[in-house]
Design a protein around this ligand. Structure first.
Ligand code: NAD
Length: 487
């Protein structure tokens, strides 16, 4: 971890900028202060937005998609060159297993730049032949950048989620001002260094650190100089930001919270289903927006399924990020642990049976100062319980039995969220019948989390607005002009 920077600076107009207001970066593994973050004030955010605007008026505003693709591939090369430093930064900030940061987070960061570089370079416009009605007249579309894109991202998959938005925004020719979570300044700061080294023109990529309310997040989202805003985070924050941008009628894309269901039919491959639901409930210590916190199991296999989940959950290895075989890391912070523990207490108040977990592991070493909790399984709650309706965002799921397809569809849809669901069955006709009735953005059949970056991604209801991914990202990060020609 020695290669992690200890002073996290802002990056504005091609320069690293310190600031007087600073806050500590605390390790969730042992509570130690591992860095200091320079918080951007309103005037620095203003400078970042102005720099982005100026970059759009400079040569960057006139680049072709092919030229920008070269820049994006150079950024991807730069991340690959400093792969270990990115892994270390991500692990230090989040406490997640190092093997996950290596196999998923940083690798996906590289893929995001390469995928959107190529997609944007290959994207054409539309052509409409109007000859029959109007002589030789035809119309076509041209794709242009919006201008200045504000990107506000969360802490749970910091590099993956930030680059998921930075890459297509730059590929479409915009300039960006990004505000990563205050919990995870590390990989974003390294990304600024990579941008600098890759020769990205000054002002095209700007990074401002800070919190939400009365800090960089609010200064950015309320800034009149941004053209478009894209946000990933809690539904409540999304609602606040939506109000903030309403006056300027800015286009937004929101990827928000989830309370996702996994549905296990009696005809599933039992072992695969158990392994799959273990992954979908406990990956990243349950801190993935796509995690399943509600599990519905067909009644004939319910008891056996709960027993198998209990056995596996109790055997999960909770450890240091770099320990051999580690499966569960810490939560992101002590503050978040308080929230998760409050749900553990609420579940008891609401009458849950605690099948396993429900507390804090004791290590007898420095990790007792960290933000760990035990993987937890509940049964016995009604669907109306707060613990079944509200997003906990920790390593926890509630398992309930069901009796029929219609019943389970209604129960899956009985949620204010609508992000994702998964289904475990050998009967693919049933899978097709059932999945299309779920009111969510993405459904997996006999798998979870697999993503083709060309497919649309997003949620319904409290889980978000809009779709990103593939051409949907190109559409969001660009503006289409129709040109009608009478030759
Ligand atoms: P959060 O909403 O607390 O914070 C997200 C970002 O918004 C941070 O950078 C934060 O500083 C900033 N922010 C907070 N208040 C703000 C304000 N008033 N104005 C402007 N910016 C503000 O979310 P979090 O706790 O960092 O992330 C966890 C949440 O994100 C969960 O709800 C999870 O489901 C959701 N999430 C959704 C997706 C998805 O793709 N749908 C992906 C990952 C995470």
């Amino acid at each position: 971890m020695s290669s992690c920077p200890t002073l996290y600076r802002n990056y504005v107009d091609g320069q690293f900028v310190e600031s007087a207001r600073r806050f500590p970066n605390v390790s969730p593994v042992n509570g130690a202060v591992i860095g200091t973050v320079c918080e951007a004030d309103a005037s620095l955010v203003d400078r970042a937005v102005s720099a982005a605007r100026a970059a759009m008026h400079g040569p960057w505003g006139n680049t072709s998609a092919t030229e920008r693709a070269k820049v994006l591939h150079a950024i991807a090369d730069g991340i690959e060159k400093r792969f270990d430093a990115f892994v270390a930064a991500e692990v230090a900030d989040t406490g997640r297993p190092e093997h996950q940061a290596r196999a998923l987070d940083i690798r996906r960061g590289v893929q995001n730049f390469r995928t959107f570089a190529d997609l944007a370079a290959q994207a054409g416009g539309e052509y409409f032949d109007m000859r029959a009605a109007e002589g030789d007249i035809f119309s076509y579309t041209v794709r242009k950048p919006h201008g200045v894109v504000a990107i506000i991202s969360p802490w749970n998959l910091p590099m993956l989620l930030l680059t998921w938005k930075v890459a297509p925004a730059l590929a479409c020719g915009n300039a960006v001002v990004v505000k990563p979570s205050e919990e995870t300044p590390g990989s974003a700061t390294l990304l600024a260094e990579v941008m600098h080294e890759a020769g990205v023109p000054a002002g095209v990529f700007n990074l401002v650190h800070g919190f939400g309310v009365d800090s960089a997040g609010e200064f950015l989202s309320t800034h009149r100089g941004i053209d478009t805003l894209t946000f990933t985070g809690e539904s409540r924050t999304g609602s606040t930001i939506m109000k903030a941008v309403a006056d300027g009628v800015k286009e937004v894309s929101f990827e928000l919270g989830g309370k996702n269901a996994a549905v296990v039919f009696a005809d599933c491959d039992f072992d695969k289903a158990v392994a799959g639901v273990m992954r979908s409930s406990f990956t990243n210590t349950g801190q993935v927006c796509l995690c399943s916190e509600r599990v519905y199991v067909e009644r004939s296999i319910f008891e056996r399924f709960v027993g198998a989940m209990k056995e596996r959950a109790e055997a999960l290895r909770i450890d240091y990020p770099n320990a051999d075989g580690v499966e569960i890391g810490s939560l992101i912070s002590h503050g978040h642990r308080e929230k998760v523990l409050s749900y553990f207490a609420l579940a008891r108040d609401e009458g849950a049976t605690v099948v396993c977990g429900g507390g804090v592991p004791r290590f007898g070493d420095e990790r007792d100062n960290g933000a760990y909790v035990q993987p937890t399984i509940w049964t016995g709650l009604p669907d109306s319980a707060r613990c079944v309706q509200e997003e906990v965002f920790g390593p926890v799921c509630h398992i309930a039995p069901f009796d029929s397809d219609d019943e389970v569809v209604a129960r899956v849809n009985d949620s204010r969220y609508g992000l994702a669901a998964s289904v475990w069955t050998r009967d693919l006709s049933r899978a097709h019948r059932v999945t299309r009735r779920f009111d969510v953005g993405i459904v997996w059949v006999n798998t979870w989390f697999l993503r083709d970056l060309r497919t649309p991604f997003g949620g319904t209801r409290l889980s978000g607005i809009g779709r990103e991914g593939g051409r949907h990202s190109l559409d969001f990060y660009s503006s289409l002009t129709t040109i009608c020609v009478n030759p």
